[in-house]
Design a protein around this ligand. Structure first.
Ligand SMILES: [Zn+2]
Length: 339
């Protein structure tokens, strides 16, 4: 860093596996660091790891930090700025806003990661000129952030747009991690790839030899990357599974397009970004069969792996009015500033 800016922001992308933290100016990420999200400890361990990382890495600049934005896994209690009953993190309930405001003595805003990513697209990505758009992630799970008429939708607990639990097939036997059946995330969440493959291998007739089927029936755990590798090699079970992925994903996207009427849908997440060549064209053409509004532009995010960090930065710099209404009072109580 050759010149020192007067104002810095900290962006945090808190995932189930990894935590990414960036030192930023208003306009860009300057430097970032990644570590494994703590698996053991109490309700303050994760907040402490964030604070300690920032202080260790950017010690001389801490006093120049203006605000902190956190794009977090959920579910959230948005009023308290904490995570409650997280299903993928061993420390299932943990505080973020209170301990971090106390330590930084600056505003800290905590928002669902997909909701933040949508706001990031509005200020740093491809949604700059749009007031109606959706950010969708296709990764271990399926989630979305939605902007309607320029407003970032939040929900009563901050968990709006759990689109992964839209019922795609109410006759399905496939059970979602939440307990429901036939949800979009069962078909399109990377965490469920093995479940879908096993279901297809046991019940669907497949023409020709499938090495993937043999491996599945032997009880091997197959992940999404392996499934797409087999698809590219022409494996018939992988073809059935990817066809199902495309059908479910296009049904899900068509449903959210019909509900929110966006001009633009931006898609991120590792499964989509690593398989654009396989997924993009067929998903886009199938969506058109099932929507009642003008088709939106559909494109991959160009923020890549940094979409969560840009989301957190956008929340810190261009804090949505609704978030200030929800979290401002608590921040004010702790540090005595009026936001
Ligand atoms: Zn579900």
């Amino acid at each position: 860093m050759s010149c020192i800016a007067e104002e810095y922001y900290i962006a945090v992308d808190l995932g189930a596996t990894k935590t990414r933290i960036a030192l930023c100016t208003r306009s860009e990420i300057i430097e970032k660091t990644v570590y494994y999200t703590p698996k053991h400890g109490d309700e303050y361990t994760i907040a402490e790891s964030i604070y300690n990382t920032v202080v260790t890495k950017w010690k001389n600049l801490v006093s120049n930090i203006k605000a902190v934005g956190i794009a977090s896994i959920g579910p959230l209690d948005i009023k308290e700025g904490k995570v409650v009953h997280a299903s993928n993190v061993p420390i299932r309930n943990f505080e973020l806003l209170r301990p971090l405001v106390k330590k930084f003595k600056k505003p800290v805003y905590v928002v669902n990661d997909c909701v933040a990513a949508a706001w990031g697209e509005k200020y740093y990505g491809d949604a700059v000129n749009y007031d109606n758009f959706i950010y969708l992630t296709l990764s271990t799970g399926v989630g979305a952030g939605v902007v309607v008429d320029g407003n970032l939708l939040i929900g009563k607990m901050g968990n709006a747009h759990e689109v992964g639990h839209i019922v795609i097939d109410f006759t399905s036997d496939l059970q979602c991690g939440c307990g429901g059946r036939g949800h979009w995330e069962v078909f399109s969440g990377g965490a469920n790839t093995h479940k879908v493959l096993k279901y297809l291998a046991e019940r669907i007739d497949i023409t020709g030899y499938s090495e993937l089927k043999e491996r599945v029936l032997k009880g091997e755990q197959i992940d999404a990357k392996t499934m797409f590798d087999y698809f590219r090699k022409g494996d018939p079970l992988a073809k059935k599974a990817v066809d199902l992925y495309i059908q479910a994903t296009s049904a899900g996207i068509a449903s959210i397009v019909n509900v929110y009427d966006p001009e633009l849908v931006i898609i991120g997440g590792s499964i989509f970004l690593n398989n654009i060549d396989v997924l993009y064209e067929p998903i886009v053409s199938r969506i058109r069969e099932n929507i009642v509004t003008n088709p939106p532009i559909i494109k991959p995010t160009r923020l890549g792996d940094d979409v969560g960090l840009y989301g957190a930065l956008a929340i810190a710099v261009y804090t949505p009015r609704k978030i200030i209404e929800i979290q401002g009072r608590l921040i004010n109580e702790i540090i005595g500033v009026t936001l």
